[in-house]
Structures are given as structure tokens and as C-alpha cells.
Ligand binder design. Structure first.
Ligand SMILES: [Fe+2]
Ligand SMILES: [Fe+2]
Length: 208
């Protein structure tokens, strides 16, 4: 599966409506301090916009499938994979947040296993979406399965992100001391730069 940097994704998508929707939610850094848990929630904002595109596309696939561009869905699914699954889920949630929340016990500790299962299911659905949207035209017998896949991912991921925002991230924040939280902010920033280059989102926005 090919990899797109954040910069390439936003720059490449600039001319499409998808680019306008997703590029418009790029985060601003530098002028204000963004804490690690705020950062994670902003990332959910980007993923929610992708889910919005999925839901719209599913509706159109059922009404007039010729109005759906497979290239645009392919681009959105790639963003979901590169940004959501490979970075947000694997590098942050599964590497740092879930283990800490599980270790700490309490009600929130019940969630990480369920959330990881949902991550895995989501990756299978994303692979399927990528597979069905490869060509320049959608195959007629693929439109219904594609609509179902888009809807099922959106239906699973919306409550998934909401549980993280309202239960798991707040629990994680409570576990850490102020010093540890500062360290995590820096660590997350380093991971983001490793993954997407030193410029982050700010320069990408300026280059558009
Ligand atoms: Fe997650
Ligand atoms: Fe998440």
C-alpha cells in the first residue's frame, strides 16, 4: 500500500472538493500550545470529515452511482489509511494511550481491547474500499458492496472516536502528571514530524 505524506495528500487534493473539505481542517501550530489529547481530538476532526465524504458517497451510490468518482474515494481511503490507521491509531493510540489506560484500571480500562478490535476491522474495510475504487470507473456489481462498506465504516468509527474523546483520552490525561503530559506533548510532536516532515500542517496550508 503506497504511502502519502500529509503534505503530498493536501497538495495533491487541492483541486478537488475533497481537498477543500480536508485541507480546510488542517491544524495550526506554533502560535498556541496544543496538548497531546487536544491533538488527538483534532485528528478525529479530520477523520470525521473523511467519514462525512463516505456517507455522502454511499447515498449517491444508491441513487446515481455515475456521480461518484472512484478516484476521490480512493484518495479519501488513502488518507484514512495513512493518517488515521498508520499514524493516529498505530503510532499514538495503540503505542501510548491504550496501554497506559489499560494498566491504570477502572472503567476506562475496559475500552482499549474493544477499540483495537475496531481498528483491525476498520483496516479490513479500508483495504476493501481501496480495492474497489482502483479503476477509473466503478464496476456496476461493486456499487452496492461499496456503499455498504462505506456505511459500515462510518457507523463503527463515529461512536469509536466519540468514546475515545469522552472516556479514553480524558482517562489518559488524568493518569499523567503535568510533567509527563508535557513530555508526551513533545513526543507526539516528534512522531508527527518523523511521519510527515518537519513542516507539519502549517507549512502545507501556506503552500496551497
Ligand atoms: Fe481509535
Ligand atoms: Fe482515535
Amino acid at each position: 500500500m503506497g504511502k502519502l505524506s500529509r503534505r503530498q495528500f493536501i497538495a495533491g487534493a487541492g483541486a478537488s472538493s475533497l481537498g477543500v473539505i480536508l485541507g480546510g481542517c488542517a491544524k495550526k501550530e506554533g502560535s498556541e500550545e496544543v496538548t497531546a489529547s487536544e491533538d488527538l481530538m483534532r485528528e478525529h476532526g479530520i477523520l470525521r470529515r473523511a467519514l462525512f465524504i463516505y456517507s455522502e458517497a454511499a447515498l449517491r451510490l444508491r441513487n446515481d452511482s455515475s456521480s461518484v468518482s472512484p478516484a476521490s474515494l480512493q484518495k479519501t481511503a488513502r488518507l484514512f489509511c495513512d493518517f488515521g490507521e498508520e499514524y493516529h491509531e498505530k503510532k499514538l493510540e495503540e503505542a501510548y494511550i491504550f496501554p497506559a489506560v489499560k494498566n491504570a484500571g477502572g472503567e476506562a480500562a475496559n475500552y482499549p481491547d474493544i477499540l483495537i478490535t475496531q481498528h483491525q476491522r476498520g483496516r479490513e474495510i479500508t483495504d476493501y474500499i481501496l480495492e474497489l475504487t482502483q479503476g477509473t470507473k466503478l464496476e456496476a456489481n461493486n456499487t452496492k458492496p461499496l456503499a455498504l462498506a462505506l456505511e459500515s465504516l462510518a457507523r463503527m468509527y463515529r461512536p469509536h472516536a466519540a468514546r475515545e474523546d469522552t472516556i479514553v483520552f480524558p482517562a489518559w490525561k488524568q493518569i499523567l502528571t503535568a510533567k509527563q503530559l508535557d513530555e508526551m506533548n513533545e513526543k507526539f510532536e516528534d512522531i508527527e514530524h518523523q511521519q510527515f516532515g518537519e513542516d507539519g500542517f502549517e507549512k502545507v496550508e501556506a503552500d496551497k
